[in-house]
Ligand binder design. Sequence first.
Ligand SMILES: Nc1nc2c(ncn2[C@@H]2O[C@H](COP(=O)(O)OP(=O)(O)OP(=O)(O)O)[C@@H](O)[C@H]2O)c(=O)[nH]1
Ligand SMILES: [Mg+2]
Length: 395
Amino acid sequence: MQLEVIGVGGAGCRIAETIRTAETATQPFLCDVFAFDTDTQALAELDSVPDDHRHRYGAGIDTGLNGNLQRGETLGEEHVDELSRKLDAGHPSAADAFLVVVGLGGATGGGAAPELVANLQTLYDVPVYVLGTLPADRERSPDGDPSVPNDDTRPSGADADGATRPLAAANATQTLSRLDGLANAVLCFDNEPWLRTGEDMADGRARLNQELAARVEALFGATAQPADESATSAETVIDANDIRRILGNETALVSLGYGTQRIESSGEAGSVLGLELDLGLGLFGSDSTVETSAAVSAVETTVGKAIQGKLTLECERANTDRALLVVGGPPEWLNRTAVADGRRRLESATESTQTLGGDAPRPDSETVFALAVLAGIEPVDRIEQLRAAAHQSEQ
Ligand SMILES: Nc1nc2c(ncn2[C@@H]2O[C@H](COP(=O)(O)OP(=O)(O)OP(=O)(O)O)[C@@H](O)[C@H]2O)c(=O)[nH]1
Ligand SMILES: [Mg+2]
């Protein structure tokens, strides 16, 4: 599935750029990565987005919108055609889907996303997904998290690194409502549980963005046509249609689970470090064979982490409408039975009858990974919490 990724606002642009760096040469899945912001400096701080794929918009605004969502929405309306036209510097018509990436607590990204998504829906005939981060509680005020010292020396401008964003929860819930019925699906990443104790957004965001980008790569890279034609193809291929079916068209909220396990392969055929049991007797045959139990165990472990471990948005797994499991790694580690068992495990955890599974061979990789996509997970406690916080901030 070839993706056109469009980051809008500070978080959106940084995450879009991190997705770009997570793409591998063997599993290309990106058409283009664009970065749009009202904040000159935030845009200039990006490293790898080409100049003609970055665009600053909003005359007279230079430092972002300080969380003023109403202004963000007005600007989004006024500039949506301009932003959409900027895509012509890339290959939007070649995309199988769009991914509009925003920090839902802000004003620039959150304000523009609904307009942009609606416009892309009219201009192109492919799904438009949103990838949105939910704000952390500690952004509300410096003492929102008791573990964060109240540091009066911090800048008070909402967009300054480490500053508070008292409107973040209200912005997030409003933008989510506006996206309802416009985006085909909304992939969510909840910042709060991913930050460490005492860590603020500015300190933790690079790590969070990498965690998120790894999951995005695992999902969309799984459908990539291998750059090398001779590369091993999957036993059960996941294609763009499978992803479309699971994500759906009804603005379902989507959460991603992920697990990896490093496997130590010497790179020599038939020899796998850590399997000294072989003792040179050739017990496991030749030619890059891997002991079945080791492969089964690696798949089981990563699938367990993907299903039961920390999700990008915590939810009641049994509420999931549709689910997809991708198990990837060197082909000799992708034990078919274990991969099929993994899918059944996902089916039973989600109690969903619409569950798909497939594998993603990565011949040169040194890890086995599993990615679980849970789509249609509402109601979500965290969103209700943000609604309550938004309500409180309005009083
Ligand atoms: N995961 C992640 N979240 C971020 C990052 N930067 C900001 N956020 C979150 O995104 C929200 C919005 O921040 P920005 O993206 O900077 O806001 P913006 O769209 O630029 O809007 P304004 O600055 O208000 O004009 C914040 O409240 C944070 O919750 C980031 O790099 N990664
Ligand atoms: Mg900003």
